[in-house]
Design a binder for this molecule. Structure first.
Ligand code: BES
Ligand code: ZN
Ligand code: ZN
Length: 471
């Protein structure tokens, strides 16, 4: 559902309304009778945080701030309450309603609105009937919460989810570039898209090898946003894996589940989306996004297991599995970042099934080298946004597992710790403070989880936005 949001000074006693309150303020909610207030107080004791009053002509929802000391859990409670409220709005086919601040802490209220808006996301554009089309509605806010900031970030999340949910036949490399350019011009971001010729001149052997079987040319997108009075002297760089479809290539994937591999550009989409959020909020920072784009097709012209390729930094790679393509294209992007003298490089990639097996779809598998204070900063952003990180070690023994008999390294580790051996591969192409985020689990969900919709979640967007905001 798409909402138009505005603010108003006065509460409308005839409208559907959501009151945002906390225990000690419930009795101050105007327009409710004494009996109703007493009932609400009783019902909202303990763990219950939402109460629905049916006034026949309209509905009233009272949302009570849950008592919780831990900030991470507290804000997540608020977002989940937003998700429950949206469920209520949907079941009752409500389209226009007011949200009234009535004693709830502002930060909590903003997280509530964020949870509500993120829950309202739908991807329905390919249904042909009008009945199935996305509905729209209006929210009118009474209070001082910064709904515009919340809405702006939600828009960036929607945009990112759309990019990921689009199937490959609708969004290949060319269309991705077009969408990124449209975002860039609307949000005041510089963009350059390198074509195949330029990629060849840069000797990006990883990107070119993965692209070899494709009918479509690769691209390499560079985004740059420099806010006025940028706080960081050296740029913060985001790198996103942009495999617009991953068949596995000659090491073909099993057909079971292959349809989800349109999500293999979720890292790239999160980079575009977070830069949109940062630019729209006009944050005083300097960020650069680097996005290698191609599909991983199957075809006669493709690379085959056993091939040796040369990357843009001159290192040679024995390709033992063409389905381990993400690290090949990221390697060239990470090499490119070396020229830009970064403060920190953070890459996001739907890189390994091993990350999913290790921690499921509830968290990001994170690894770092020399990230220093930025590791703690990311942990803080993670806790603020509930985009959770699990840090894995980068011990040298994992690096030994990608030694090749005939080239500098191979693109396949052993059967274990695959998310780490993939990161050890990437490390060969870095010489700066670096964080690697393997988002294969949380990027694309088989079933919805509260305000994280089924399919694309846009994981990484809120995390990176929050990270940069608190730089
Ligand atoms: N895109 C996949 C990883 C993936 C798996 C993303 C599940 C989203 C959900 C990646 O390119 C891949 O195929 N990785 C292989 C690597 C292996 C051959 C070393 C994997 O993890 O199985
Ligand atoms: Zn693959
Ligand atoms: Zn892949």
């Amino acid at each position: 559902m798409k909402f138009q949001i505005s603010s108003t000074k006065k509460q409308d006693d005839k409208a559907h309304r959501i009151y945002l309150t906390q225990s000690k303020s419930i009795s101050k909610i105007s327009s409710l009778s004494k009996a109703e207030l007493a009932y609400a107080k009783k019902e909202l004791e303990g763990d219950n945080d939402i109460l629905d009053l049916n006034k026949l002509d309209f509905r009233i929802l009272i949302v009570n701030e849950k008592a919780e000391k831990n900030t991470e859990a507290r804000l997540e409670n608020a977002r989940v309450a937003g998700n429950k409220a949206f469920g209520f709005i949907k079941t009752n086919k409500i389209s226009n309603f007011q949200i009234i601040e009535a004693g709830m802490d502002t930060e909590y209220a903003e997280a509530f609105l964020e949870g509500l808006l993120l829950s309202a996301y739908e991807f329905k554009k390919y249904f042909s009937s009008k009945d199935a089309a996305e509905k729209s509605g209006k929210i009118s806010i009474v209070g001082k919460l910064n709904y515009k900031a919340v809405e702006q970030l939600a828009q960036a999340v929607y945009f990112t989810r759309d990019l990921v949910n689009e199937p490959f036949n609708k969004l290949g490399v060319a269309e991705f570039v077009k969408q990124a350019k449209a975002m860039a011009s609307a949000s005041g971001v510089k963009i350059e898209a390198f074509n195949k010729k330029k990629i060849e001149s840069l000797k990006m052997g990883g990107l070119l090898a993965v692209n070899q079987a494709s009918l479509n040319e690769p691209a390499f997108v560079v985004l740059e946003y420099k806010g006025a009075k940028a706080k960081n002297k050296k740029p913060v760089i985001f790198v996103g894996k942009g495999v617009v479809y991953d068949t596995g290539g000659a090491s073909l994937k099993p057909s079971n589940g292959m349809e989800t591999m349109k999500c293999d550009m979720a890292g790239a989409a999160a980079v575009v989306g977070s830069i949109k959020a940062i630019a729209d909020a006009k944050l005083p920072v300097h960020v650069i996004g680097l996005i290698p784009l191609t599909d991983n097709a199957i075809g006669n012209a493709g690379i085959v297991p056993g091939d040796v390729i040369t990357m843009s930094n001159g290192k040679t790679v024995e390709v033992l599995n063409t389905d381990a393509e993400g690290r090949l294209i990221l390697a060239d992007a990470l090499t490119y970042a070396q020229k830009l003298n970064p403060e920190i490089v953070i890459d996001l990639a739907t890189l390994t099934g091993a990350a999913v097996r290790a921690i499921g779809d509830v968290a990001i598998a994170a690894m770092e080298v020399n990230a220093g204070k930025h590791k703690a900063n990311l942990d803080q952003a993670s806790s603020n946004t509930f985009e959770r990180l699990v840090w894995f070690p980068m011990w040298k023994e994992y690096g030994d597992m990608i030694k090749s008999d005939i080239a500098d390294i191979k693109n396949l580790g052993g059967s274990e710790a695959g998310q780490i051996t993939a990161a050890k591969f990437l490390e060969h192409f870095t010489n700066y403070p670096w964080v690697h985020l393997d988002i294969a689990g949380p990027a694309f969900l088989a079933r919805p989880s509260a305000y994280r919709s089924k399919g694309a979640t846009a994981v990484g967007v809120r995390l990176l936005f929050n990270f940069v905001k608190n730089l």
